[in-house]
Design a protein around this ligand. Structure first.
Ligand code: GUN
Length: 283
């Protein structure tokens, strides 16, 4: 068997197009331009690439993009003051503080300061709680992108066995909540899970978000399963995911590539969340 390749790049381009159409109507009919502020503290090269890319795509969708680049020695108080200004700024509908933050800054405190209604990352505990109880939340972008691709590829996910590998707050935990919301039977596996290969082998849907290059191999995969690879690992061989793509593609029913799978969907979902935040702010 050779798996279908789930083309995240094409899917993300379609979603960005839809977002741009929505933005154009907001501007033309209501004179409202959705605005996204991205805050980057320090000079981590990978974060710099992401932030640039977010800014470019935000503008390409017709939205207002504001970037705040602060030095690595920025104090927590200065960062909190900036977040407070952005909270009060009526032109800004979404705020994203790029993670990780430099040592010495309390990440949880910063995330808790962002107004939940402007929290387009979905990391504020209010949004985490709303997602957990199945109420209207801002949903974290990477898991949202994964669920959109799964729905597009599989249709109804009801009753399917889903295994999420990795229990991060950014991906693993919200991914598990979203799959539960789709009526999957969900296992949230992690580094201490016993017989991880055996657990994954039961899954109709596998979401790998561990940050270990090529950890998930073909012998872990039930034939025909759908495999979503969230990993982005820089190795000597270039960018690779958490899934051994060549091996797993021979067994799975469908698989996302790295690059060109989940990655492009994350930014497209950030734009979609910003438009959602803007619409909610304007009734
Ligand atoms: N760093 C890596 N991924 C993310 C993300 O989705 N949001 C933020 N704010 N920082 C990140």
């Amino acid at each position: 068997m050779t798996a279908d390749i789930i083309d995240g790049k094409a899917f993300a381009a379609g979603l960005r197009n839809k977002v741009a159409g929505h933005v154009a109507r907001l501007v033309a009919d209501h004179g409202i331009t959705p605005g996204l502020a991205v805050v980057l503290v320090g000079d981590d090269p990978a974060s710099d690439v992401y932030v640039r890319s977010k800014g470019r795509m935000t503008k390409a969708a017709g939205m207002l993009s504001v970037e705040h680049r602060l030095p690595a020695d920025t104090t927590q108080d200065d960062l909190l003051a900036l977040v407070a200004r952005l909270n009060a700024d009526r032109a800004i509908h979404g705020i994203l503080v790029q993670l990780p933050l430099p040592k010495g800054i309390d990440e949880a405190r910063v995330l808790a300061t962002i107004l939940p209604a402007k929290d387009v990352d979905g990391f504020h505990i209010s949004n985490v709680g709303l997602l957990a109880v199945g109420q209207r939340a801002m949903v974290p972008c990477t898991p949202l992108g994964c669920i959109l691709m799964l729905r597009e590829h599989l249709g109804d996910l009801s009753g399917l066995d889903a295994v999420v590998i990795g229990r991060s707050n950014i991906v693993g935990k919200p991914m598990a909540q979203l799959l539960l919301g789709e009526n999957c039977t969900v296992t949230l596996a992690h580094s201490r899970t016993r017989d991880l290969a055996g657990v994954v082998r039961r899954a109709d849907i596998v979401v790998a978000a561990v940050g270990r290059p090529c950890m998930v191999t073909a012998d872990w995969i039930k034939p025909g399963a759908t495999v979503i690879d969230v990993g982005i690992n820089r190795t000597d061989a270039g960018l690779v995911g958490d899934v051994d793509f060549a091996g797993v593609a021979a067994v799975a029913g469908a698989i996302t590539p790295v690059p060109g799978g989940v990655g492009p969907m994350t930014i497209a979902c950030l734009l979609a969340n910003t438009v959602t935040a803007c619409c909610r702010a304007n009734g």
